[in-house]
Design a protein around this ligand. Structure first.
Ligand code: AMP
Length: 444
């Protein structure tokens, strides 16, 4: 997961990066960091914690310059230490370099072993460090060629933003698994960010998505330059639309909110049931539940209240703490639910913890029947391309049939969206990464 952002050619570069990271806090809450350069030196500040905890006026004032990149970390590869926060910075033969990465490299262990064999010393357990080492060891004259050489060694999903002291590079893997968009700032500078919700906050105008397999080079005094490094074969991650991205973002020309609503509508068509109320699991199920209610004609109510001062349940690494957080986070409105047949809509079931708990609280609040509707297909395979779904062992739908899951979560009925309806809801105009659902690991 994670969020990446880069700003080029703006005097307030690090401040714009800060606001962008704030807008994309949902993509990772474990650690955050910003690098900035005034053309002479790159300075980096990174730390565990939320954007607003890590940075203040003083720290941002110290990050001077017209180029800045930033990152919010959600741990996928690597441990939890501050060494695993990004940007990853290095001084090397040609000068200084700082990198942020969203995605997951599938050949990280092989590449790392080779590099270690050749004498490289690693500071973290992050796959991103491989890229720095490959660039530093390349014998190419120009940084751009060194980057290209490194990109031919790594495999996997990556949206990358890199800065040297005077240039910035934005790169998306040939499958475009993770999103990355390009925008123009009001002061004439450029911005690239994982999600367009960052553009809205900083007043940037959306230009286009960075293309799958493309590298965009930003250099002072020149127009940005596009280099198509790999033949594009777009497979944007379906989970960005299902759960991960903010509903006000637009990915590959598609509104995340509208896509979720279409998934909810399709779900209603596929699994109608007689009921008195449709309620969402807040906030993840809201857009899909609205779609479900519109299509089915069953009234929509916010039957569960969310405490906003508790972070996302998944952010907590251990199972006990995740259980506790679900309890802290959601509570039912009994007067709405008593004696009613309820359709409750959520975006996904991963381990089953959330659904089980929600059904328990709805029944305790007096609901007569609880019908669980999931606006995504069953997650049967771990994602290796940067979404933090757990191993086969922990994925409930990898181990149980829909009927067994229904019993486990104690629902009166349970339905998931079909893969076909998911694709139709997203639009049949491009391919999607659907590995969690169909197990097609297309990056070889
Ligand atoms: P679980 O309780 O393990 O079944 O997780 C399902 C809940 O977690 C749903 O409410 C989702 O909105 C949310 N969710 C799904 N995928 C992820 C993810 N990769 N990271 C964080 N939360 C997720």
């Amino acid at each position: 997961m994670c969020a990446v952002v880069g700003v080029f050619g703006s005097n307030d570069a690090s401040k714009i990066v800060y606001y962008s990271l704030f807008a994309m806090q949902h993509r990772g809450q474990e650690a955050t960091g910003i690098s900035a350069s005034n053309g002479k030196k790159i300075k980096t500040i990174k730390k565990q914690g939320l954007v607003t905890d890590v940075f203040d006026e003083n720290t941002l004032e110290s990050l001077v310059g017209y180029i800045s990149i930033g990152h919010n970390r959600y741990s996928t590869a690597g441990s939890e230490s501050v060494l695993d926060a990004q940007p990853v910075f290095a001084a090397y033969k040609l000068g200084e370099l700082s990198i942020v990465h969203n995605g997951n490299l599938i050949n990280k262990n092989e590449v790392r072993s080779l590099l270690i064999e050749e004498g490289a010393i690693f500071q973290s357990s992050m796959d991103t460090e491989n890229i720095i080492h490959l660039i530093a060891r390349s014998h190419q004259e120009r940084l751009q060629d060194r980057i290209i050489e490194a990109l031919h060694v790594i495999k996997g999903a990556y949206s990358l933003v890199m800065q040297s002291r005077t240039k910035m590079f934005a790169i998306r893997d040939r499958y475009g698994v993770r999103p990355l968009s390009l925008g123009k700032l009001p002061d004439g500078g450029y911005i690239v960010a994982s999600e367009t919700c960052a553009f809205d906050l900083v007043g940037a105008e959306f230009i286009r998505d960075v293309r799958a397999g493309e590298m965009i080079v930003f250099e002072e005094g020149k127009e940005y330059k596009s280099v198509q490094l790999f033949e594009p074969d777009l497979h944007i991650c379906a989970f960005e639309f299902i759960y991960f991205a903010r509903p006000d973002s637009v990915i590959e020309g598609k509104s995340v909110y509208a896509a979720r609503q279409r998934m909810g509508r399709a779900l209603a068509r596929e699994s109608q049931i007689e009921a008195d109320l449709v309620i969402p699991v807040p906030d993840s199920g809201v857009s899909a539940a609205l779609g479900y209610a519109q299509e089915s004609g069953i009234p929509f109510e916010m039957g569960i209240v969310r405490n906003h001062y508790v972070g996302r349940t998944f952010i907590e690494p251990t199972q006990e703490r995740r259980d506790m957080k679900v309890k802290l986070k959601l509570s039912p409105i009994s007067s709405l639910l008593k004696g009613k047949r309820i359709v409750v809509v959520d975006d996904s079931i991963v381990r089953g913890t959330t659904s089980k708990r929600i059904i328990r609280i709805l029944k305790e609040a007096g609901a007569k029947e609880v019908h669980m509707r999931i606006a995504a297909p069953t997650i049967e395979h771990p994602c290796r391309y940067g979404i933090d779904t757990p191993s086969y062992k922990e994925l409930i739908s990898a181990n149980m049939s829909v009927e067994e899951v229904r019993k486990y979560i104690n629902a009166d009925s349970l339905s998931f969206l079909s893969i076909k309806a998911l694709k139709e809801s997203l639009g049949n105009d491009c391919n999607y990464s659907l590995v969690s659902f169909d197990g097609n690991y297309f990056i070889k």
